[in-house]
Design a protein around this ligand. Structure first.
Ligand code: NAD
Length: 478
């Protein structure tokens, strides 16, 4: 398709579910030139979106929503009306973990049933949510079992790989677009939807959101079977989680041998076959995707009689990593009970307000259970964190890092927000009662921390001790 043609070939799209994925996808489709109607069952969310509030913290999202709010994007709770108005219906509802570990597909199922009750002309239904292999077939059977003729619809798998915090840029500058389709007509519609990106036309447009892709280096669209597309998503997340657990275990080896994980990771990452990304050690992965997707993938393998115990190890290492961090805090402080701890970071990673399965929240809960009192700060996740761990006499939410540090026995860095790395260390040192920093994200240079008078404990790197901090900690251990 010609480049200009691909920017002027708008498709009518419905996106069902306006969470992190649905809202970002919808706004980006509009930015690519299409018209979108967003559907959600949450009336308060739809009302907020209609009045221009994005409700989630994502770079570029507010400006794009504002640009298109009264033009090519609209919001409704009426799915039937949205289906009627659209050629493609993207399902982007949640697929949480069920009690047995597999994906809970009840939200997907209820959308599929509702679609079935409104289908009168041919539509392409697109599975955007992360789902186990065979879900595409199951959606098709669900719709057919509601009396809809096979000729009236196709179901395509189009997994999403965006990362919270950089979601808009990731969507518009993807490494790849995966389209799993067993129908040529449905695949062709998806190719038309993504043509502004795959042709490169979008990147030449004035005001395009900048990123990795360019008109001469656009993203590839990979056409696969539906089952391969479903497996690509689960396998990719499982592989990334494996990389994290692997480097975390290597960091433990570094701690045991006084080696330095930064040097080891760099030495590994320079190997083209390995690559440098996802080799930063920390307090373990979290978020709304990795934990549930690894569990669901493991469940799928089990059901199919495939031994994938490797994934159980990945999960075990991840749980242990948090406990190990807590043990290091305990050993730095002698005892935890009664200590005042400053916590920097509550989101599961920097750049987002999402605290779902956040290792930072897990650690806060463990510290509270040990009798610590906590003063916590996060640049974006304070409100969502308070829904998980309510404020109280032992749990204080404060407005900045220095207030959190005031009179603290130790400061913990739990989320990799770049602004934490830019903290004024002199002010921080001045604020703390005992200058001990336990850094779960390796944001600081140990030598610099030592110069500023901190005892500094990080992941997989030799700790630096500062005599005043040690004396003060010892004097308070009884
Ligand atoms: P989310 O919880 O933020 O949003 C889901 C939305 O769906 C909610 O607004 C909810 O009200 C709505 N919803 C539920 N049932 C509905 C129905 N019947 N009709 C209309 N709306 C309904 O979830 P999310 O983080 O956007 O994730 C969505 C899917 O995308 C999941 O499968 C997830 O695994 C996958 N995914 C997420 C990410 C991520 O970073 N968050 C990345 C890639 C893929």
């Amino acid at each position: 398709m010609h480049r200009l043609e691909s920017m002027s070939n708008p498709i009518q799209i419905a996106v069902v579910g306006t969470g992190y994925v649905g809202l970002v996808a919808a706004v980006c489709f509009v930015e690519m030139g299409h018209s979108v109607v967003c559907v959600d069952i949450d009336e308060a969310k739809i009302a907020a979106l209609k009045s221009g509030h994005t409700l989630i913290h994502e770079l570029h999202l507010p400006e794009l929503l504002e640009r298109y709010r009264n033009t090519r994007i609209r919001f409704t709770t009426n799915l039937a009306e949205a289906i009627c108005a659209s050629d493609a219906i993207f399902i982007a509802v949640g697929t949480p973990q069920s009690e047995t570990g597999d994906a809970d597909l009840s939200y997907v199922e209820s959308v599929a049933r509702e679609i079935a009750s409104s289908l009168t002309t041919y539509k392409v239904i697109v599975e955007k949510s992360t789902v186990p292999v065979y879900t595409n077939e199951w959606i098709r059977r669900t719709i057919e079992s509601n009396g809809i003729a096979r000729s009236l619809f196709d179901v395509v798998s189009n997994p999403e790989f965006l990362r919270e915090g950089t979601a808009v840029t990731d969507f518009l500058h993807p490494d790849r677009i995966v389209v799993g389709s067993d129908s040529e007509a449905a695949a062709a519609l998806l190719e038309r939807i993504y043509a502004p990106l795959t042709s490169g036309a979008y990147y030449d447009r004035p005001g395009a959101i900048p990123g990795r892709c360019t008109a001469t280096s656009p993203p590839p669209l990979l056409l696969t079977s539906t089952k391969s597309a479903e497996l690509i998503k689960h396998a990719s997340n499982a592989f990334l989680a494996l990389k994290i657990s692997f480097i975390n275990t290597v960091s433990n080896l570094c701690e045991a041998t006084d080696a330095n994980i930064e040097q080891v990771a760099r030495g590994m990452g320079l190997d083209n076959r390995i690559g440098p990304r996802f080799l930063s050690p920390g307090i373990g992965y979290g978020g709304s995707c990795f934990p549930k997707d690894i569990a669901a993938f493991r469940y799928v393998a089990e059901q199919l009689g495939i031994d994938f115990n490797l994934l159980a190890e990945v999960e075990k290492i991840n749980t242990e990593q948090k406990k190990r961090f807590l043990a290091r805090v305990r050993s730095a402080l002698g005892t935890l009970s009664g200590k005042r701890i400053a916590v920097l970071g509550l989101a599961f990673k920097g750049g987002t307000d999402d605290v779902r399965e956040s290792p930072a929240i897990d650690l806060v809960e463990l510290l509270l259970a040990e009798g610590c009192s906590i003063a916590a700060f996060d640049p974006a996740a304070m409100q969502r964190a308070q829904e998980e761990v309510p404020a109280g006499p032992q749990m204080q939410y404060v407005d900045d890092a220095y207030t959190a540090a005031a009179n603290a026995d130790a400061l913990l860095v739990l989320t990799d927000w770049p602004q934490f790395a830019a903290i004024d260390l002199k002010l921080l040192h001045h604020a703390m009662k005992v200058p001990i920093v336990v850094d779960g994200r390796n944001l600081f240079d140990p030598k610099v921390m030592q110069q500023y008078g901190f005892t500094y404990i990080s992941i997989g790197r030799p700790s630096v001790q500062h005599s005043r901090a040690l004396e003060l900690a010892a004097s308070q251990t009884f």
